[in-house]
Design a protein around this ligand. Structure first.
Ligand code: NAI
Length: 288
């Protein structure tokens, strides 16, 4: 499989990381966000990352020049319709995603593969509304945060996806230091399904907003459990709003099974704009 040109829609936490990773694979990358300013800020952050790697001698000057030339910010109407792959990484909202896919279906050439980085929506459901031809070329590509570092990519076929594309993509990623695996199109796929209890039980153990408790639980999970990050640190990194949305949608997709139930502390923190590192306040407080 050849992937030379990639379009990333949504230039937030995930879109930025995914765009940087593909640029470093020598792809031509276009980044789109409904908010032009966000897209330009992400571009600037990626440039800074390249410069840091140059300063640390992890990249050469010619690499950096090449990567910067290959990464562009575009408006949706200006994207290359002949791109090999489009990855959607916008807000975790079913209607917003479906609306975007319907637009992309019109804008893109039939040869283009379209993927969603959704954390929780079934790929088959996201594909509804696409043309029959596109449904065959629509799949889930679920990256992890930070996408430049985390190796795992969950690859998910919808009911009408042609299975060859997933096989080819898995091979393509595995040749580039990612670990890609095929997952069933079930709520939360593998990691987000298993992780619901990592977060949910930790929230139930803490019960109220108490930073000492968060620290205690995180320390135990890290030092004794062997996890790289504790559940509260990880929720702060992911974004409390994103994590809460994923919990809600996995819970609904399992017909409200009690073990997937969201916790009121998540809801209260979203209401209070305690969204984690991105707002400098979450389970912990951060300096800007
Ligand atoms: P984010 O909130 O950081 O970024 C979303 C971006 O999408 C924003 O910049 C927003 O302006 C833009 N956007 C919203 N609607 C748009 C539209 N219609 N067209 C173009 N741009 C639009 O969100 P984040 O964390 O990057 O998540 C994006 C997706 O990735 C979600 O589906 C999420 O579930 C998934 N995901 C998130 C992970 C995480 O750790 N944050 C991990 C893996 C997947």
């Amino acid at each position: 499989m050849k992937i030379n040109s990639v379009i990333i829609i949504g230039a937030g936490t995930m879109g930025q990381g995914i765009a940087e990773w593909f640029t470093r694979q020598n792809c031509l990358v276009e980044m789109v966000d409904q908010n032009d300013e966000f897209a330009l800020m992400s571009l600037e952050r990626i440039h800074k990352n390249f410069d840091k790697h140059l300063a640390a001698s992890k990249l050469t000057l010619s690499d950096v020049v090449h990567f910067k030339n290959n990464l562009k910010v575009k408006k949706l109407e200006q994207i290359n319709p002949e791109a090999d792959l489009v990855i959607e990484a916008i807000v975790e909202n079913l209607e917003a995603k479906k609306k975007l896919f319907a637009t992309l279906d019109q804008l893109l050439s039939p040869k283009c593969l379209v993927a969603s980085n959704t954390s929780s929506f079934p790929i088959t459901q996201l594909a509804q509304g696409l043309s029959q031809q596109r449904k065959k070329k629509f799949l889930g590509l679920h990256f992890f945060n930070p996408a430049t570092v985390m190796k795992l990519v969950e690859v998910i076929n919808g009911m009408e996806t042609h299975p060859q594309y997933a096989q080819d993509l898995i091979e393509w990623f595995n040749q580039r230091q990612k670990v890609a695996c095929l997952c069933a199109d079930s709520p939360g796929f593998i990691v987000n399904r298993v992780a619901r209890n990592f977060y949910g039980e930790a929230l139930r153990a803490a019960e109220t907003y108490d930073q000492e408790k968060f620290k205690e639980i995180d320390t135990v999970m890290r030092e004794v459990g062997g996890f790289k990050m504790g559940p509260f640190e990880l929720m702060d990194l992911i974004g409390i709003d994103i994590n809460y949305n994923v919990t809600q949608s996995v819970y609904d997709a399992f017909f409200q099974e009690a073990r997937f139930k969201p916790h009121r502390l998540q809801r209260d923190m979203v209401v209070a704009n305690f969204l984690g590192k991105k707002t400098n306040k979450g389970f912990y407080h951060y300096e800007s």
